[in-house]
Ligand binder design. Structure first.
Ligand code: ITT
Length: 197
């Protein structure tokens, strides 16, 4: 006989090869009692300047093969003087020129304004909906901190002196682009989809 646990609807899958994103997303959604399960697959990435379109397409594509309610999240770091670069190319830029490459591009530049954007796409058999979050800040002059991942060591959120990589997870997750998008998602989800939990 199935246990009470097994009879429950499955939790939502978080499709990403990036475990850090899953850990942060799980932490953020845990305060809404929404449970995520990690599906460590690469998402399909279309060419677009819109993270919303990239996430939405990837979620639909993942749902077609997995056929379970899921989330895909696409992120990007948009630097003002670089006209939004690396934006939708953030993953590629991170793994090629990396943090040092970004700092090099910003050498001698005083205007260091930038923002992180997160597009969270939820998809099931009936719906494909995207929630967007942003956090504004600036690119640091040097690489600082050892928490977090990706561009965290060079991103200083507005109003702070520390990079994301100098902040413990609970603090980053109270102000991040991911938190803004996922909190919106959580409110919508709890209103509309109680039966999944
Ligand atoms: P998936 O596509 O498999 O989810 P990814 O790491 O490629 O994993 P994204 O395309 O969404 O994820 O991320 C673009 C880049 O931005 C990538 O290099 C991430 O490491 C980085 N990134 C995303 N969220 C971040 C965060 O909260 N802090 C720092 N860097 C982040």
């Amino acid at each position: 006989m199935l246990s009470k646990e097994e009879l429950k609807q499955p939790s939502i899958l978080f499709v990403s090869k990036n475990k850090n994103k899953f850990i942060e997303a799980s932490y953020i959604l845990s305060s809404f009692n929404i449970k995520l399960e990690w599906a460590p697959y690469s998402k399909l990435e279309i060419q677009s300047s819109s993270l919303t379109d990239i996430a939405s397409f990837a979620a639909k594509n993942a749902f077609e093969s997995i056929k379970k309610p899921l989330i895909v999240e696409d992120d990007g770091l948009f630097i003002k003087v670089l006209k939004g670069f690396p934006g939708p190319f953030s993953s590629y830029v991170y793994s090629t020129i990396g943090l040092n490459g970004i700092l090099k591009l910003m050498e001698g530049v005083d205007d260091r304004e930038c923002f992180f954007e997160s597009a969270v796409a939820f998809c099931d058999q009936n719906i494909n909906k995207v929630f967007v979050g942003r956090v504004y800040g600036e690119i640091s002059r040097v690489i600082k901190g050892s928490y977090g991942f990706g561009f965290d060591p060079i991103f200083i959120p507005k109003g702070e002196n520390l990079t994301f990589a100098e902040m413990p997870l609970n603090y980053k997750c109270s102000i991040s682009h991911r938190a803004v998008a996922l909190r919106d998602f959580a409110k919508w989800f709890l209103k509309n989809f109680k039966y999944y939990l």
